[in-house]
Structure formats: structure tokens, C-alpha cells
Design a protein around this ligand. Structure first.
Ligand code: PBG
Ligand code: ZN
Length: 327
């Protein structure tokens, strides 16, 4: 008899397919990014990211309620400050925009997990992720002096109510520096979600419109990772684990599925994947042109991140995905 094995037997009905499905996406897996701006009643759509808005704190609170009601467990906050300067004051000031947003959200929706992205690029006048040597036009951020600002930033975010601190600047020693600073300030139980393997990627383009954080000169290649490297991701991960990271992130996601897989195999920590702005914008553009079925493409992609090993997915599709999952 030919053939004995007919794998199609298990695909004959949707009930059977459900029974043997290995990976199932749930709303628990999703984290929704939000961009906070100063002002009142502001909701300004980001040109390159249809459906994504810069929101004033009052609107962030409304959005947080909606996210919570959809069953999404957490948000990650980014901020666009009133003023930018060489010391990234807006990042670490107790009245900074992310601090205000975090406090307001925790007050209105206490059970929603608030993650604070900890970096300086939205707050520096030149758009780099830390201090530069005077006259440097290449963007070689000074590592150790920058850590001092990042420590202050992390502590003030925790003080404002952030439940999780997410260091994203790719500075050496970042995790250990903020772990010690958080502990000394009494935030022993505030976990660190480290952007451990973050690549220098063209996929961040639309985010930089949203966060107004495009470097004025140079690029981020002296601190973010080279796209050709996967073993180096394992080195970054090992260092962050040793420094006290509680969760690890790979970013971007789509072009780095192999890295997600390797990180999952190499550690026993929860792994997050950041489905970044450029990945979102490409799907939205194709969907708006009627070239792809948005729901099916999004659900397939998010499920695949999970299949590749991510426990959590940071995605601008989170609200849509939650609605589709809840339907
Ligand atoms: C800040 C930061 C960036 C993103 C998250 N945190 C951008 C960058 O490194 O320029 C990108 C997110 C996205 O593209 O959706 N360091
Ligand atoms: Zn940055």
C-alpha cells in the first residue's frame, strides 16, 4: 500500500487541526507600545504608521483602559519630551513625560503592567542614545558616562510606577548598572526586561518618526549589533543574564527569527520579540493597498514569533490581534 503515512489525515477538519496545533497565540502574549507627548487631548497619527498615534497623557490613560479591557496584560511606554538637550534631562526628570504617563496609567488601571523603555535617544538634542564626545559627528556614544544618566532614568521610572524597566540602549554593563541602582533605591522587585540582542536595523525607520528620535548625524552602528551576527547575540544574552536580567528581548523580530530560536534554546528566561515599526508599516501599507489579507498575515506572523520561541511579543498590532482573538 502506498503511502502508509498520510500526514494530511490530521488536517481534514478544523476541529482536528485545532487538536494537533502546536502553537497557539493568546492575548497574554501581547504587549502594546504607546507614545506619550506633552499637552492635553492630543492624538496625532504617525504618518508612516497608520493606526499609531502620539498621545497626550489623558489619551494614554483612555488607551490603557481599552488595552486592559481587550485582555492585553501590558504596555510599553515611550516619550517625546517638550525639550531635548545634551543631558537628556527629559528622560530622568521626575516630571518627565514617561514618568507622568506611568503614574497616570497606574492610577487609572492599576492591574495593567507598565513597562518603561529606558533609553536616551528621544531626549538628546542629537538623537543618539547617550553622551557624545564634543565634536563627535559619528555617534560613538560614551558608554560609562551614559550609564550614569540611564541609572537615574530607570530609578525615576520605577519611582513613577513603572512595573518593569526595559533597557534598550545597548550600552555595555547597562543591566548591572540599573540593577544596582534600582536595588539601592529600594526597587528590589522591579524586573528588568533587557533588549539584549538589538540590531542596528533599517526597520526602526517609522519608529523614529513616531518618537522623533532620528540621529541628527551618524548612525547607531557603534552600539547596536551588526545584522550578520547571531553567535554574538548569545554573548550579549549571557552577559545580560549574568548582570541580572529577568527577561530577554530580540529586536527586530521578523528578520531575526533564528536569533529568537537560539536565545530561547540558550537560556531559561522568558524571551520577548519586538515586532518593530518597519515590520508593522510594511504590513499596513500592503493591507491598505488591498494586496494582502491583514488579519491573516498578522495572525500568521505573530503565531510564528511564538513558534520561533518568543513568550512575549511587543507589537503595534496588539489591539487588532486581541480583537481578532476575542471574536
Ligand atoms: C530606542 C528604541 C528604538 C526602538 C525601541 N526603542 C529605536 C532605535 O533604536 O532607534 C525601535 C522600535 C521600533 O522600531 O518599533 N533605543
Ligand atoms: Zn536609544
Amino acid at each position: 500500500m502506498f503511502p502508509i503515512h498520510r500526514p494530511r489525515r490530521l488536517r481534514t477538519s478544523s476541529q482536528l487541526r485545532r487538536m494537533v496545533r502546536e502553537t497557539v497565540l493568546t492575548t497574554n502574549d501581547l504587549i502594546y507600545p504607546l507614545f506619550a507627548v506633552p499637552g492635553q487631548a492630543i492624538a496625532k497619527e504617525v504618518k508612516s504608521m497608520p493606526g499609531v498615534y502620539q498621545l497626550s497623557v489623558d489619551k494614554i490613560v483612555e488607551e490603557a483602559k481599552e488595552v486592559y479591557d481587550l485582555g492585553i496584560p501590558g504596555i510599553i511606554l515611550f516619550g517625546i519630551p517638550e525639550d531635548k538637550d545634551a543631558d537628556a534631562t527629559g528622560a530622568w526628570h521626575d516630571c518627565g513625560i514617561v514618568q507622568k504617563a506611568a503614574t497616570a496609567v497606574k492610577e487609572a488601571v492599576p492591574d495593567l503592567v507598565v513597562i518603561a523603555d529606558t533609553c536616551l535617544c528621544e531626549y538628546t538634542s542629537h538623537g543618539h542614545c547617550g553622551y557624545l564626545q564634543v565634536g563627535d559627528l559619528s555617534g560613538r556614544v560614551l558608554n560609562d558616562p551614559t550609564l550614569e544618566l540611564l541609572k537615574k532614568t530607570a530609578v525615576s521610572q520605577a519611582k513613577a510606577g513603572a512595573d518593569i524597566i526595559a533597557p534598550s540602549g545597548m550600552m555595555d554593563g547597562f543591566v548591572q548598572a540599573i540593577r544596582v541602582a534600582l536595588d539601592e533605591a529600594g526597587y528590589l522587585d522591579t524586573p528588568i526586561l533587557s533588549y539584549a540582542a538589538k540590531y542596528a536595523s533599517a526597520y526602526y525607520g517609522p519608529f523614529r518618526d513616531a518618537a522623533e528620535s532620528t540621529p541628527q548625524f551618524g548612525d547607531r552602528r557603534t552600539y547596536q549589533m551588526d545584522p550578520g551576527n547571531a553567535r554574538e547575540a548569545l554573548k550579549e544574552i549571557a552577559l545580560d543574564i549574568a548582570e541580572g536580567a529577568d527577561m530577554l528581548m530580540v529586536k527586530p523580530a521578523l528578520a531575526y527569527m533564528d536569533v529568537i530560536w537560539r536565545v530561547k534554546e540558550a537560556s531559561n528566561l522568558p524571551v520577548a520579540a519586538y515586532n518593530v515599526s518597519g515590520e508593522y508599516s510594511m504590513v499596513k501599507a500592503a493591507a491598505l493597498n488591498g494586496w494582502i489579507d491583514e488579519e491573516r498575515v498578522v495572525m500568521e506572523t505573530l503565531t510564528s514569533f511564538k513558534r520561533a520561541g518568543s513568550d512575549l511579543i511587543l507589537t503595534y498590532h496588539a489591539k487588532d490581534a486581541a480583537r481578532w482573538l476575542n471574536d
